[in-house]
Design a protein. Structure first.
Length: 188
């Protein structure tokens, strides 16, 4: 039986929950592109079945931040996914901060070890710094899912190097996440 991976492309095309915008580039657009490419890689592997939270770039989930998050978690929970991965881009007022990081609900969890593997895959494919896996018990997607969950901040839109990679090489991010998933499941 295929391993079911639910890919949540964080944020919406417009408010509510539109995410960050830098130099005319919307976070949700990058999240969407990486998610579509990641789902394609997973669905082309007979060991996996992937679903997306947003199947079209214009898909709007919910009418508020709360209902947007609830819709994403509900879709993963009702599908009985084996793993939930939420894709995001980070932002800082300090433009020198660079790299990928992950958030999980508990350090002693499958989500934590999945996060470690994904960050290794991302570093391998993008050469961005691996900033580590952090525990955050206040992120809705991490505590409301019935399966292990990882919220992934792929890179900093505020950093020029990260921005360039995020906007021109979405396949590198999708591939890095994919390799991290394969490694976690012992398939490479």
């Amino acid at each position: 039986m295929a391993i079911k991976i639910f890919i949540d492309q964080g944020h919406n095309p417009v408010d509510p929950d539109a995410g960050v915008e830098v130099n005319g580039v919307k976070e949700q657009d990058i999240n969407y592109e990486v998610g579509v490419r990641l789902a394609r890689l997973l669905n082309n592997n007979p060991d996996f079945e992937a679903r997306l939270s947003r199947n079209f770039p214009t898909t709007q989930l919910g009418t508020s931040v709360v209902t947007s998050l609830q819709a994403r978690v509900y879709a993963a929970n009702t599908w009985s996914a084996d793993q939930f991965i939420s894709l995001h881009c980070n932002f800082s007022d300090n433009t020198e901060i660079s790299g990928s990081e992950a958030y999980v609900f508990d350090k002693n969890s499958a989500g934590y070890y999945m996060g470690v593997s994904i960050l290794q895959g991302l570093h391998y494919m993008t050469e961005l710094p691996n900033r580590g896996v952090f525990v955050d018990k206040n992120i809705y997607q991490l505590y409301a899912t019935t399966m292990p969950a990882v919220l992934l901040e792929m890179g900093y839109l505020s950093n020029p190097t990260d921005f360039e990679l995020l906007t021109t090489q979405p396949y590198s991010f999708a591939s890095g996440i994919y390799y991290g998933i394969l490694y976690y499941y012992g398939l490479i």
